[in-house]
Ligand binder design. Structure first.
Ligand SMILES: [Zn+2]
Length: 283
């Protein structure tokens, strides 16, 4: 989510968050300790977080993650502004020692979009046991958001490529920190993840990221997807994007001609208007 990428946004939000603290309540589930503005919000977020934790770990890993040894603190800020979240981890010796989550936005966006995004980060942290390459971490997390958020990213990718903002895949795969154009990382990361998961499945995708992040992306690509090198993947992915863009344009044309046809028929079939002599016209 966008607020993960900038300390500035979190700092700017510090004031309203502090003001909320006095009224905050705590709510405990098996794996989360929720700090929210009301018991009802805490309960809804807690139940959804547990449900996403179960469903998303099954989806990605084929099994449920074991219960965490200590609950993940989950701070909830409900507001009417933009939504976002941040999850941080402490890794040590191939283990996740600590996890901490903060989400904010309208309650419906938190439940439908921000929460599954952040919970996916906990699934990836558990699986990889070390920081995950940024593109894959964010790409996989956006893939688990609702259709509204995924659709927004799908619209943006064409603009990013057209505007020359695209980060070459060779560089994108290697990024361990957020680049200055954070949106390009999120949008490209999601698009590439969707492309690769669509080619095989989530299990193969995770195996590819694990192998690539440990050494050689070219070899990992050859093993799991059959491309000789990252540049070949880039060519195939860009061709896929062009195909998608053409399909979107065709769909728009079909839609507009469908709307136009009844109007033309209506115009053709409208009975002629009888010509009335003007009455009482001023001289
Ligand atoms: Zn994220």
């Amino acid at each position: 989510m966008f607020k993960e990428r900038t300390g500035l946004v979190l700092a700017l939000l510090a004031l309203p968050i502090l003001a909320d603290r006095a009224a905050a309540v705590e709510y405990r589930t098996l794996n989360f300790l929720i700090d929210a503005p009301s018991t009802e919000v805490a309960r809804q977020v807690g139940e959804a977080a547990e449900r996403y934790r179960k469903d998303l770990s099954r989806k990605w890993l084929g099994k449920e993650m074991p219960t965490w040894d200590k609950p993940c603190p989950l701070r909830v800020t409900v507001n009417l502004g933009g939504s976002g979240g941040a999850t941080s981890f402490v890794f040590d010796n191939g283990q996740v020692l600590e996890r901490r989550m903060h989400i904010e936005g309208t309650l419906d966006r938190l439940l439908a979009s921000v929460l599954p995004h952040e919970v996916t980060h906990t699934v990836f942290a558990f699986h990889f046991c070390h920081p995950v390459p940024r593109w894959a971490d964010e790409g996989g997390a956006v893939l688990c958001e609702d259709q509204r958020e995924r659709g927004r990213h799908e619209g943006l990718i064409h603009r990013i490529v057209r505007d020359g903002r695209m980060i070459p895949l060779r560089r994108l795969l290697e990024l361990s920190q957020y680049p200055s154009d954070v949106m390009a990382l999120y949008v490209e990361g999601y698009s590439l993840t969707q492309f690769l998961v669509g080619k095989r499945d989530r299990k193969v995708f995770l195996a590819f990221v694990k192998e690539g992040s440990e050494g050689d992306w070219d070899t990992a690509l050859k093993t799991h997807y059959g491309y000789d090198k990252v540049e070949d993947l880039e060519t195939a992915w860009l061709a896929h994007l062009r195909q998608l863009e053409r399909a979107r344009a065709d769909a728009r044309t079909r839609l507009s001609s469908r709307h136009a046809r009844p109007l033309l028929c209506a115009l053709r079939e409208r009975p002629p208007v009888p010509v009335q002599p003007p009455e009482n016209l001023p001289d």
